[in-house]
Design a protein. Sequence first.
Lengths: 433, 1003
Amino acid sequence: MKINYILSVLLSACLSWAAAQVPEPAAEQTQAILLKGGIAHLGNGEVIDNSLIAFDQGIITLVADATKARIDIAGYTIIDVTGQHVYPGFILPNSQVGIEEVSSVRAMSDSRETGRFNPNVRSLVSYNTDSELPPTFRFMGILLAETTPVGGVISGTSSLMNLDGWNWEDAVNTADLAIHMNWPGRITGRFDFATFTFSRKPNKNYANEVAEIAAFFDDALAYGALAAKERNLKLEAMQGLFDGSKVLMIHTNGPKEIVESVKMAQAKGVEHIAVVTGTGALAVKEFLADNNIPAVIQRVHSLPDRADMDVDLPYRLPVELTRAGVKVALSHTGMLALARNLPFYAGTAVAYGLDKEEALKLITLNTAEILGVGNKMGSLKEGKQANLFVSRGDALDFRTNKLTHAYIQGREIILNGRQEALFERYTKKYSNE
Amino acid sequence: MRKLILVWMLAVYAASGWAQVTFPRNDVKDERERAFAFTNATIVTDYQTIFTNGVMLIRDGKIEYVGDSRAVPAGYTVIDVQGKYIYPSLIDIYTTYGVPKAERPKGSRWRGAEQIEPKTKGAYNANDAIKSDYSAAENFSIDTKKAEALRKAGFGTVNTFHADGLARGTSAFVTLGEDSENNVLLNEHAAAHYSFNTGSSTQNYPVSTMGFIALLRQTYLDAEWYGRQNPRPFKDQALEHWLLSQSLPQIFAARNWLEVLRADKLGDEFGVQYIIKGSGDEYKRLTEIKATNATLIVPVNFPDAYEVDDPIDAMDVSLADMKHWELAPTNLAALYRAGVNFAITTADLAKPADFWPNLRKAIANGLPQQAALKALTYTPANLLGEYGQVGSLAKGKLANFIITSEQLFADKTIIHENWVQGNRFVLKPLSVADNRGKYDLSLGNTVYKVKITGEPGKQKARIEVNDSTNIDLTTKFAKEILTASFKPAGGDGLVRLSGWRTHNGWKGTGKLADGSDVTWTLVRTGDVQPKEKKGKEGDKPQVPDLGEVIYPFVAYGAPTLPQQQTILFKNATVWTSDEAGVLENTDVLLKEGKIAQIGKNLSATGARVIDASGKHLTPGIIDEHSHIGATSINDVATNSGMVRIGDVIDPEQINIYRALSGGVVALQILHGSANPIGGQSALIKLRWGESPEKMKIAGADGFIKFALGENVKRSRNPSSIRFPQTRMGVEQAFMDAFSSAKAYEQKWQAYNALPKKAKAKAVPPRRDLADEAMLEIIKGERFISCHSYVQSEINMLMKVAERFGFRVNTFTHILEGYKVADIMREHGAGASTFSDWWAYKWEVRYAIPYNATIMHDAGVTVAINSDDANQIRRLNQEAAKSVKYGGMSEEEALKMVTINPAKLLHLDDHMGSITVGKDADVVLWSGHPLSVYSIAEKTLVDGKVYYDLEQDRARREYIRAERARLIQKMKEAKKNGSRTRKGKSKQKLDFHCDDITYDSFLE
């Protein structure tokens, strides 16, 4: 079995890719494809045990139960995936993929612009399609990512990227879909490098900082209403929040801060609001549910914020919020490379009480809906983009997440990357000994 | 040396009486006897002796007589202290009174160029933190403001030191008099002081508590070596003073109970019993504190209640902080009951005025008054060897005493006077006239009935017009003069009176409302009957309702520790991690902390049977590379081989419990990677609730951290000047360390080979703790775990080791191990790696998740480690990733977190697998141990259940209930006027390799 495994990896590596570059972007879908016999996890909570999934020109054309549906298979390239699992492509929100390479090297990071209010800054234009991280994400089934600026009060505008493409223009799936805002904390956790200690202190400046943000929103609203004006790039970039074309992503983990920030945004007429948050949201989960505010969880695999907290609270967080009626998506914060473990965060939610198909939503349909692209992707549904993959087994568990095919807008992408090539090289080196 | 001490003592004797005589005079001679007699007093001469109706005679600042009543000879000023109490004045053994404060270093030591050499100018120590040459006496000057505050609290003498450095020099014993330094300085060599705080030093090494301990150990050794040589090999005035001060009382400052234990352990190594200044949290670990046999100096710095009105804000206050708020006032009583000897200090108080309220709180919580008095008089005097002068009232001793209104520790006692060396300081006058009574106020032709009530000093007067109408008579009583005024009924003008005391009242002149003159008398006519106080019985203060001490003293601690049980797991899927492989439907019997039996259909009488059907039992997870459970992780000397993590184990870190919840039973706490040669590791089992020493794995081999690459060459500090700055230099740092150790070995061999006589005469070579650690490595007595990333450096260290004839035990992280797996196998090095970390810095650019699989397949023993308090909870899942990446078999994958790390840590003879005879360290999983869907239900260490899902739920409930109770109690305290403070929980840091703490600042 071991030998077979290595052979299969070697084979696919040899076929597809040899140079020390990221895999070549896939060509447009020219041939209609039918995946036959797979266990299809639709992403909306439903499963078809023996499915037919077809897509053409990048769009899903058929999602059906093979035991019931009758279709004409002429014109389709048929791929038998019997016994394998078919999933909608996982979507990674709130990530610095493509704009950060090696985090400790300043020259290799383009994620943090200077200044406090930068809605005009767009991650899209510095997205590096030659980044070496996306291949490792795709390898796990993560096919799209929201590349997101960080820093300041308003960090900038994010875009949803296909994790495959020749250049950013070509790789963008949905441009400029969200503005990210870091809400100030009432308590500031300050890390002091001089003493290397961490202390939490009340933020005396909180009210001023909040007032400054509110004023910025007011100015943006007033700007939008002016007929004739000198162009202001910052205020212009904010207009999408008021016309419903952009989502406001509020980053905060403070319960009171969640309420205050959401109320501020609502008062200013922001249509789509989401919070990027952690266990702090639990104290106000009813508020989120009552106001239909979805939550993007920063990182399921994290430590509780306080010693007194339930040991498994971060693991349980998606479950608790979902049960309270909050729409939840999962993201990753911290070491960028570890974002590839997104599927296992959903797996953890299962271990702590969520149904598997419900958990799948947290990294597919819910994410798409929160980002405002639920009509285009996030589930296996006719008419949606053909962002999907096939895995030998359960893609939410370590041992069985083994992709055999993956498609972004119908284009079959190369799954192996440099890491697989190195595996091949050194396996060969030692087997020749 | 003895000679010098004698000289010191003479100097003290000379200084205390006649110093003024030597001073120039600018007047006629004016010397007075200053003889006083105190009569009719209740005199408490020491903490065990009371004279009721006693007499005390003092002259010239000394006590001449104290005891039963007797006639006072002529020539004494007699002070009748009828009804009052006289006590020896209190002694504070731990102050910085009158000694200049040291500057704290400003700015960051994190960035910028390191200060490798000492900054102190002159012939002093190699390290700025060793300030044993500092003399508090030389820098002492009277601070009248502070002296007054201390006298107000009843103190008469204090020991005062310079709070700066690890070795802080000698303290001075001084009175709180104000006439001149010459008179108040009693002993300029009172005690030697030490701490775990480098203070004003900005020298690069040491920055961590373990470094502080290492430096103090090395200094003991250096001083001994230095002191044996005459002439000296070089001059070091700090070492000279160190040597001299060894015969003094040795006082060590500890900031928490852990540091009390650490200080005591340090002293034990060098035959020193420190007097240890504690922090007031000793009740948290009484057994271990008692076992030190140290006398403690204990503050009464009880924390204020927290503001907990808002439930969301209250989350910022931890259970541990809340419990400490409640239990801190019980600390002294607990120490007393445990039989710990202690002195009480005013140190650490937010303000000196808190001393008495807090001390009374301690007494209300069970500290006997006699013990309190002892701890403030006899004990400090005795510890300092000053009982001949102070600490009790006896002939020949200093006339240092206080006069109090009642028994010293009673609730409303007033300290009237504080006498220092026969000098009188009046705080509240002894005799305040009691004017209570009924009077007739005759004012011209009018007579008013007047009633004066209230305690002396706070008396109020009013004119009784009839049964229901009173007029306030505003009065101001001086000793002999009365000023009064009132508005007569019906009139609107003010009557103003001024007069003097007579035999039966008062008399005087005044002005009526219209401004006309009047004479008046106030004649006493009788007593006022004091009002009966009601409801006394029910009002008695209740015995405080207190929560219990939990072990450890944080959330998820418990009042009792788990007990060893005989446990039989039935029908489990057993992953043995040994040759037996995975056994279906198998029973495992744990007995006396060991795995007793594995098989089918086992039974055992008295065993707790756990149905494990459908569940999986695995060996406990072992983490080869962790940084939880220690106060600090990094010191920064290029060769830090002398520092030891084992000196700074912190069993109160919540991450230990969290790791247990992920099935971890044991780990290696590794030093960080800030230097090529890091400190010595500690191998611990996660015995949650036990003391630091009991966490350690007995008999484990010694390990040490080495490191390579970016961290070692300080890549993220562009201003760093510390050698080495390149991987080339790193090799040389190793070559140097091992060459030095070889030379060291030869020196000792030559010395040990000397004939007996010659050896007796020779000075033994200087002991060097870093060289000794290096020598242990060369000799195969200590084993390297080396932080490593890229292949060149990995290969380099193996070559260095081979040149010195030893092997690198383990490469940890080893992210490019897959490139040199064959060389590692040949060398005999093991690997402990991350599953899938990469791209977080340049040197991990070529890290691949297939690393573990490739190395394993190449024949290297491979473990998966965490280096992270978060990830340690999922090591089974981290191992599972090798099934995905590279197709490792599940059984082999699990071994990477069980038997393989046990092998790398040389623990595999008794840990790491489910094998009969091995330690009963096992985990029961809800499902397949490599699945994301499984959770640890029980984690056992030595057959004791340290984590259990149900028990965890119970502890959550306990935390909830206990927090609710304490929040109620705090709210009541606030209502009753207690000070409160905002919730501000300090977080313990979760360490990684790269983290350097500046422990001097840790509170």
